[in-house]
Design a protein around this ligand. Structure first.
Ligand SMILES: Nc1ncnc2c1ncn2[C@@H]1O[C@H](COP(=O)(O)OP(=O)(O)OP(=O)(O)O)[C@@H](O)[C@H]1O
Ligand SMILES: [Mg+2]
Length: 268
């Protein structure tokens, strides 16, 4: 799968956005990349997708270093797709249907096949009612859902989701969370966020990035207990970890588990 080795990235104005970053996406199935604003999450994703080219270091897919010619990148992006942080940067077509169909049309899939696939995807991201809508009329949350659909439609092996829940209301965040959990049965997902509750619940392995460097990594149940590390990275703890620490109740993964936990019920 994907390995990031000794990655450095320097923007044209001299900003060193990534320094000696090492990441192995085999360590989990839903990998979280957490870090405060400006820590380098989006720059990392753009390097993994091959839109930005490392100043130093390598991105490897199935142990082969990425090649940056048009044909290689085109093939790579059948395997690895991305949902951009800003949906405005991802929606190119005037109609929702055409926007999701775009990647398939590029791959010369028949219109009949395209219609079936697009409808399947629209159903999965609960956006069937938006099918004929002009993309510029969509609300921000609707745009986010459509871009998630666009990244799903090519059946890639990996989807990078850069801040998939930012700007969404709680109900929409829940929906995106359930789409992500559902997708993880078929694909590898990499999710960046500063929503610690979300990352804690969905991810099975987490990297902490701060000022372009990886400060720590591990499974959520361990990494989120490391107070100093999180503080150094400017991050907060998930609320479930906080109540585990403050009230001494067992560490659970989500609200449902908390409500069902017998030990907790008995202690209340
Ligand atoms: N095009 C650019 N030119 C110069 N510097 C840039 C450019 N894009 C990003 N940067 C800088 O690179 C660093 C990392 O930015 P990046 O957008 O990767 O952070 P991020 O972790 O995604 O932040 P956020 O949580 O706000 O999305 C920041 O210091 C930012 O100012
Ligand atoms: Mg970002």
């Amino acid at each position: 799968m994907i390995k990031v080795e000794s990655l450095e990235y320097k923007y044209k104005d001299g900003t060193k956005a990534l320094k000696n970053v090492n990441i192995d996406l085999d360590k989990g199935n839903i990998i979280g990349i957490i870090g405060s604003n400006g820590s380098g999450k989006s720059t990392l994703f753009l390097n993994i997708l091959g839109i930005l080219r490392p100043s130093k270091g390598t991105i490897k897919y199935n142990n082969i270093p990425l090649k940056y010619d048009k044909k290689s990148l085109r093939n790579y992006r059948k395997e690895v797709t991305m949902v951009f942080q800003d949906p405005e940067k991802q929606l190119f077509y005037s109609r929702v249907y055409d926007d999701i169909a775009f990647a398939l049309r590029n791959l010369n899939v028949s219109e009949d096949e395209i219609r079936k696939k697009v409808e399947l995807i629209l159903d999965r991201v609960k956006a069937m009612d938006l099918k004929e809508k002009p993309t510029h009329f969509l609300s921000y949350g609707q745009k986010k859902r459509v871009t998630i659909g666009g990244a799903m439609v090519v059946d890639s092996n990996v989807i990078l989701l850069d801040e998939p829940t930012s700007g969404l209301d709680p109900a929409m965040s829940e929906e995106v969370m359930s789409i992500i959990k559902d997708l993880s049965n078929e694909k590898k997902l990499v999710v960046s966020s500063h929503d610690m509750d979300f990352i804690y619940e969905v991810c099975d392995y987490v990297y902490i990035i701060s000022k372009g460097e990886i400060l720590g990594e591990g499974i959520p149940e361990e990494i989120f207990l490391k107070s100093k590390l999180l503080k150094d990275a400017g991050l907060d703890k998930p609320w479930l970890v906080k109540i585990h620490e403050y009230l001494g109740i067992p560490l659970v993964k989500n609200e449902n588990e908390l409500l069902k936990n017998k030990l907790i019920k008995e202690s209340i």
